[in-house]
Write a protein that binds this ligand. Structure first.
Ligand code: PLP
Ligand code: SF4
Length: 463
C-alpha cells in the first residue's frame, strides 16, 4: 500500500498522575475534579491527547458521552465506598494505607464475570494454557502478553483486572507456538480472535511475531484471524504513518495467504467516527483487504439512545464497515452506574433497527456474554396471557443450545441473565442442567460434536 506520508502527532498518554496536564478540567467543579481522583484510585483511568482534544466535547462535560466513556464519575462507587476512599485521598494517605481499601472495593466488583478464569481455560497435553480461551467451538481467543492495555480506558470496561495487575488476574501468553499447537489439535476451530486489552497497542513488529507463524503453519481449517480493537476510535494514528503502513502490509499478507482478516472495531458513539483521522484510518484498513466489523456495549450516559445507535450503524455502513453486535453491559465493575435494563435495551435496539436500511441490520443484540453463552433478547411478547422475553443463544458453550428460542418472565428491571426466571412456571432454563455438568467438568462443550470437515478449496495470492 502507498505509504501514508503524513505527520503523526506523538501519542501522549494521560493517567491519574497527569490530570494537571488537562487544562479543560478547569471547567468542572472542584467536587467533580476531586471525584476523578477518588474513583481513579479504584478503577483504572487513562485517556490520551487525541481523545481529550478531538473526541470530547468539553462544552458538554461532564455529561458529554465521550467524557462519560473515559472519565470516572463519583456515582461509579457506592456512597460509602466513595467516602472511605475520598477520606484517604484527601488526607494524602500513603499507598500502603490506600491499597488495602482499594483492593477490597475492587474485589467486591466481580472482577471475573462469566466464569472466565475457571471455565474457558483450555489444556494441551494436560497443561493449562493461560493465554488462550476456548469457550465457543469455532472460535479461540488469544491474549498476547504485550497487548493487555489500551490507548484509553473505557470506564465500564470488564477487563480492568487485566490493567490493574496482580499476575494471577491476567490471561496472557507469550507463546504463538502454543497457540498453533492447540489449533493443530482442534480442527473444529475456524477463527482466532486476538484480543486484550487492545492488541493494537503492540508495535506491528510484535504483532507480526504472533500472526506470521499462524500463516506459516498453514492450517487448512483456519478461515479468519480477527483483531479486537478500539484503536480506530481512541488512536486512529495507529493505522497512519510508518507503523500504520507496516500494520496494513501485515493485513494484506493475511489476505494474500487466503485468510480473512477481520478487524473487530469497538465504536461506542458516532462521534468517534466523525473525525477525519478516524475516517482516513478506516479507509486504509478497508483498502488492505481487511473487513471491519463493529461492536459495542449499550451503556448508560454514553449511548442509551436509539438515535445514537441508528446514526452509528448508518455511519458504519456508509464508511464501509459492518455493524455486528450490540452488547449488554456486563455484570462487573461499576455496573450499577452503567447498566440499562434488558427491557429498555431491547427497546433501544428495536427503535434503532427500525431506522436503518437492511445493510445495517446485520447487527445482533442486545446480547449478554454470560456464563452459558451469548444470550440475545429477541423480543418481548405475550404467550398464553403471560408477558415474556423471547431469548436465544447466538453462541453457547454447548453448540446444541444455539438458535433455540426460550422464554423468561418479563421483568422491567432485570438487567442480566441471572436476574431472569423461566416463563410458564418452569423451574429452570433448558440449558441449566447441561451447564452444571460442564461446570463440574463432565463434558467439554467446545469440543463436543466437532464435525469432521471437508477441506475447502481456497487459492492463495488471488486477493
Ligand atoms: C463473542 C465471543 C467470541 C466470538 O463470537 P462470534 O459470535 O464468533 O463473534 C468468542 N469467544 C468468546 C468468549 C466470546 O465472548
Ligand atoms: S478498549 Fe476495550 S479493553 Fe480497552 S478499556 Fe475499552 S472496552 Fe476495555
Amino acid at each position: 500500500m502507498k505509504p501514508a506520508n503524513e505527520s503523526i502527532p506523538p501519542y501522549e498518554r494521560l493517567d491519574r498522575r497527569d490530570l494537571h496536564r488537562i487544562p479543560e478540567l478547569a471547567q468542572l467543579t472542584a467536587d467533580e475534579r476531586f471525584a476523578i481522583e477518588v474513583v481513579s484510585a479504584v478503577f483504572p483511568f487513562r485517556v490520551n491527547r487525541y481523545v481529550v482534544d478531538r473526541l470530547i466535547d468539553w462544552s458538554r462535560a461532564p455529561d458529554d458521552p465521550i467524557y462519560r466513556l473515559t472519565f470516572p464519575h463519583a456515582d461509579m462507587l457506592a456512597p460509602e465506598d466513595f467516602a472511605r476512599v475520598a477520606d484517604l485521598v484527601r488526607a494524602g494517605a500513603p499507598p500502603e494505607r490506600l491499597e488495602p481499601v482499594v483492593r477490597e472495593v475492587q474485589r467486591r466488583s466481580n472482577p471475573h464475570p462469566a466464569g472466565q478464569l475457571a471455565l474457558n481455560v483450555p489444556t494441551l497435553e494436560g497443561r493449562r494454557l493461560t493465554g488462550i480461551q476456548h469457550k465457543y467451538r469455532e472460535t479461540v481467543l488469544f491474549f498476547p502478553a504485550q497487548g493487555q492495555t489500551c490507548h484509553a480506558y473505557c470506564t465500564y470496561c470488564f477487563r480492568w483486572p487485566q490493567f490493574v495487575g496482580g499476575a494471577d488476574l491476567r490471561f496472557a501468553s507469550r507463546e504463538a507456538e502454543t497457540l498453533i499447537r492447540y489449533l493443530e489439535a482442534h480442527p473444529e476451530v475456524t477463527s482466532v480472535l486476538i484480543t486484550g486489552g487492545d492488541p493494537l497497542v503492540m508495535k506491528t513488529e510484535v504483532l507480526e511475531r504472533y500472526i506470521a507463524p499462524l500463516l506459516e503453519a498453514d492450517l487448512p481449517h483456519l478461515a479468519s484471524i480477527r483483531i479486537g480493537t478500539k484503536a480506530l476510535a481512541y488512536w486512529p494514528y495507529r493505522f497512519l504513518g510508518p507503523d500504520g503502513d507496516a500494520l496494513l502490509s501485515l493485513f494484506e499478507r493475511v489476505v494474500r495467504a487466503g485468510k480473512s482478516l477481520a478487524l473487530m472495531a469497538h465504536f461506542s458513539h458516532p462521534r468517534e467516527l466523525e473525525v477525519e483521522p478516524a475516517q482516513r484510518a478506516l479507509a486504509r484498513v478497508r483498502r488492505s483487504g481487511a473487513v471491519v466489523r463493529c461492536q459495542a456495549p449499550l451503556v448508560r450516559y454514553v449511548n442509551d439512545d436509539p438515535l445514537v445507535w441508528a446514526e452509528l450503524w448508518r455511519l458504519e455502513v456508509q464508511l464501509g464497515a459492518i455493524p455486528y453486535y450490540m452488547f449488554v453491559e456486563r455484570d462487573t465493575g461499576p455496573r450499577h452506574y452503567f447498566e440499562v435494563p434488558l427491557a429498555r435495551a431491547f427497546e433501544i435496539y428495536r427503535a434503532a433497527f427500525q431506522r436503518v436500511s437492511g445493510l445495517a441490520r446485520t447487527v445482533r443484540g442486545p446480547s449478554m456474554s454470560s456464563t452459558p453463552g451469548k444470550v440475545c433478547v429477541e423480543g418481548v411478547t405475550e404467550i398464553g396471557g403471560e408477558r415474556v422475553f423471547v431469548l436465544k443463544f447466538l453462541q453457547a458453550r454447548d453448540p446444541d443450545w444455539v438458535a433455540r428460542p426460550f422464554f423468561a418472565r418479563y421483568d422491567e428491571r432485570a438487567a442480566w441473565l441471572d436476574q431472569l426466571r423461566p416463563a410458564f412456571g418452569e423451574r429452570e432454563f433448558f440449558f441449566e442442567r447441561g451447564l452444571a455438568a460442564l461446570v463440574r467438568g463432565e463434558a467439554l462443550g467446545a469440543e463436543k460434536a466437532s464435525l469432521p470437515r471437508r477441506r475447502l478449496t481456497v487459492f492463495r495470492e488471488v486477493a
